[in-house]
Write a new protein. Structure first.
Length: 234
């Protein structure tokens, strides 16, 4: 579904991504793990069209999307749940969800998608008129996911979705990711909880200093001695 080949990204003279190549198959969950500063968020933002690569290719199916503006990438079916949630705090929950459906691909099915989101997150239905900025951290993350789903994505990229959440809410979050995966959603998961993300993932990549240094099934990397030592404290 998504193929990244020899992707390079620079911030000024500093190279953030160095020849990154990966493949994401339709209907699978792919984890990208690595330490802080490894380039995970840079990779997500480059795929999303927020950052412009200096070299390499990003193909969605047969279409080259590297360098396209983010609204175009979004309308082609790539959604992003950004690190830090990035909701509109002064808008209500309902208005935030409606904002997710403004892209052309989402408009025709907006009412049906809205019902689906509220079924997935009943707590949001209880707070539709509430300002999003007054929600708890867990509720804000639900809203961020719900707003992304309103855009009718074929692929969702999660960037550190459990960051700052209480343990019970983290488990709820991963249940949501599993539900979406079971429904056939293609998922890219960047997550600080390496063990949980590798358990969810059919395939995974380890990113270090802007380069892919390991790849394999989630189960294989979970059992890899180097991964255990570097990321799991084992």
């Amino acid at each position: 579904m998504l193929t990244v080949t020899d992707l390079d990204l620079f911030y000024g003279d500093a190279q953030a991504l160095d020849g990154v190549s990966l493949t994401v198959r339709a209907g699978t969950t792919t984890a990208i793990v690595g330490a802080n500063g490894a380039g995970k968020t840079s990779l997500i933002r480059t795929i999303a069209g927020i950052l412009r690569p200096s070299g390499g290719s990003i193909r969605l199916g047969e279409r080259e999307i590297a360098g396209l503006p983010s609204h175009t990438v979004c309308n082609l079916g790539i959604g992003q749940v950004a690190e830090g949630r990035q909701i509109f705090p002064s808008l209500s929950v309902r208005e935030n969800l409606e904002m997710g459906a403004v892209i052309p691909r989402a408009r025709a099915d907006a009412a049906r998608t809205y019902d689906r989101v509220l079924a997935l997150f009943p707590r949001l239905e209880e707070r539709l008129g509430q300002a999003a900025g007054t929600l708890s951290g867990g509720e804000q993350q639900m809203l961020a996911i719900g707003r992304c789903l309103m855009g009718k994505p074929d692929l969702i990229m999660f960037d550190e979705p459990s960051l700052g959440l209480a343990p019970a809410l983290v488990q709820e979050l991963f249940r949501t990711v599993r539900t979406l995966a079971a429904e056939g959603m293609t998922i890219i998961l960047v997550e600080q909880n390496v063990a949980a993300s590798l358990k969810l993932a059919s395939h995974a990549y380890v990113l270090e200093n802007g380069r892919i240094v390991l790849s394999g099934s989630g189960a294989a990397l979970l059992d890899d001695p180097a991964v255990k030592q570097a990321y799991l404290g084992l």
